[in-house]
Design a protein around this ligand. Structure first.
Ligand SMILES: Cc1cc2nc3c(=O)[nH]c(=O)nc-3n(C[C@H](O)[C@H](O)[C@H](O)COP(=O)(O)OP(=O)(O)OC[C@H]3O[C@@H](n4cnc5c(N)ncnc54)[C@H](O)[C@@H]3O)c2cc1C
Length: 490
């Protein structure tokens, strides 16, 4: 007699989010289950963020907050102790260290190996890794059929979409720069091979985290030319700092989600001022908001969300996405020494000029009011992942949009979802087979790009996908590792 047919879950995207969902399925399921992780492009487990091999590319979150397992907050620090170079580092120092991202990639890979290919126990979960690009997903029976660029197809009962960060959006004029030796459209792919002589200038479009990566790499390579970074606001990320636990925020008597945007902004600004007045960094308030950010975003009306993005997001981002102090020091020294120049301006157009690229800039907001141009022997698009979902250049997402399997969220920042990460198709119809996690949920959750949020999503998605199947529904939470009041990098 044959038993019940084993369920098959397909995960599309094997960066941090998809890989940790697979790890959690392997940890949680108590019934036989087939899991396939489909990944193409960046190495499995590492994705864009952790596939860099450059040692100067460090995490922008201290080790203490980078556990991949939500119920074991100390797990990454404990794993680091297995490596000789960290074995004797005092705990307080190790927890506050900003590790090279490649080491974090090693961590995720070692978790994958441990949980999905166990050698000393019989796991009821059979996990397979496939290197292929998914290009379409259609309904088939109660489940789905996935098509691949290779021409293969695969059927699954449930599909988890975790395709992560997209490349930066194309810029006006960049179509004429395809293959140009002085233009790098992908800031995460080997632009070092295009380095011009140090008598030339390099232009970085954007002043966010990707630009910081490029600057520290240029410094580490000993490239001695001028670096020019350009963005609408001209704001560089701030440094993490030794802070204090600011008990006054959020005020316990106020329900932040009832405030609305205007009152919320006033409250935040008031507490920022209070901190500044006593010589503390106002970014403490942004950190104190972190556990509430998703809920607050969801409580805002669509008009308020749009207003936040238009008027406050740039300021929010520089306070929220901070960098390791050591990296900040290097960037500050380059600025002081004149090696690095920051210009405020909107990129109007890129133009090939012989072996160089000319960047036409207008003043932010009123592009026509001022016009200037600068030339670089290498121009790197560091503007961050493509922000408009409907303009996606990912074949799979484009196909899913066209067929109505998914629809953009109201902000057009990602995929529209309902409860339990279920994708909503055209007309708001919940998909019977498709769930979505990771940066694709930006429009719904706002705060959904970094490990502290993604590890919980990967765990929750595994629990949801196991659904009616017998599973260890949850692991008992470990006691939080944070002492109540401490001086730490925040
Ligand atoms: C440069 C950089 C540095 C960062 N540093 C930090 C940090 O220090 N700390 C932190 O908490 N967060 C950091 N982040 C945030 C980062 O988004 C998350 O930590 C996390 O890596 C996101 O993982 P993901 O799996 O959702 O997406 P991704 O890492 O983008 O992985 C998605 C994977 O899916 C694959 N894929 C996409 N489409 C398909 C398809 N159709 N078929 C098959 N495969 C497909 C991609 O090639 C990729 O391998 C950083 C992000 C970047 C870009």
């Amino acid at each position: 007699m044959s038993g019940p047919v084993m369920k098959h879950i397909a995960i599309i995207g094997g960066g941090f989010s998809g890989t940790m969902a697979a790890v959690n399925l392997a940890r949680l399921s108590e019934v036989p289950l087939r899991v396939t992780v489909v990944n193409h492009g960046y190495p499995q487990g590492r994705g864009v963020a952790y596939s860099t091999r450059r040692p100067e590319h460090v995490l922008n979150v201290a080790a203490r907050n980078m556990s991949a397992l939500p119920e074991h907050p100390n797990h990454f620090v404990a794993w680091l102790r297995t490596r000789t170079e960290f074995a004797d580092m005092p705990d307080t120092e190790l927890r506050e260290t900003f590790m090279p991202r490649r080491i974090y990639g090693d961590y995720v890979r070692s978790l994958t190996l441990h949980y999905t290919q166990p050698i000393d126990r019989r796991s009821p979960v059979e996990t397979t890794f496939v290197d292929d690009q998914a290009v379409d997903i259609v309904a088939r029976g109660a489940g789905a059929r996935i098509s691949f660029a290779s021409g293969e197809v695969m059927d699954a009962d449930k599909v988890l979409l975790a395709t992560g960060n997209e490349l930066p959006a194309e810029l006006p004029g960049s179509e004429a720069l395809a293959g140009h030796p002085a233009y790098a459209a992908n800031p995460w792919l080997n632009w070092e091979a295009k380095l011009p002589p140090p008598t030339e200038s390099i232009i970085l479009l954007g002043t966010g985290l990707t630009t910081i990566d490029a600057i520290v790499t240029l410094l580490a390579l000993g490239w001695a030319g001028n670096i020019h970074a350009v963005s609408r606001h001209g704001l560089l990320p701030q440094s993490h700092f030794k802070g204090r636990d600011y008990q006054e925020f959020p005020p316990p008597e106020i329900d932040l989600s009832l405030l609305g945007l205007e009152a919320l902004v006033s409250l935040v600004e008031k507490h920022c001022r209070q901190l500044r007045d006593v010589g503390e960094n106002p970014a403490i308030v942004v950190d104190k908001l972190r556990p509430h950010t998703q809920r607050l975003w969801q409580a805002l009306s669509l008009a308020e969300r749009r207003e936040f993005v238009a008027r406050h997001a740039a300021r929010w981002n520089v306070m929220r996405h901070r960098i390791a102090p050591n990296i900040h020091r290097q960037v500050a020294a380059a600025l002081e020494g004149g090696r690095l120049k920051i210009t405020r301006g909107a990129v109007l157009h890129l133009e090939p000029v012989g072996a160089r690229v000319r960047v036409h800039l207008g003043s932010a907001g009123e592009a026509a009011a001022r016009h200037e141009s600068i030339e670089g022997a290498l121009v790197i698009n560091c503007t961050g992942p493509q922000p408009r979902f409907s303009a996606t250049r990912v074949v799979l997402l484009h196909t899913l949009l066209a067929s109505g399997v998914v629809q953009p969220d109201a902000m057009d920042m990602g995929i529209s979802i309902g409860p339990d990460f279920v994708a909503l198709g055209s007309g708001g119809r919940p998909s019977p087979f498709l769930h979505v996690i990771g940066p694709l949920l930006r429009g719904t959750l706002w705060e959904t790009v970094a490990v502290p949020e993604l590890r919980s999503q990967a765990m929750r998605a595994a629990q949801i996908l196991l659904g009616g199947l017998s599973s260890r529904t949850a692991f008992p939470p470990e006691k939080p590792a944070e002492p109540a009041v401490v001086e730490y990098w925040i």
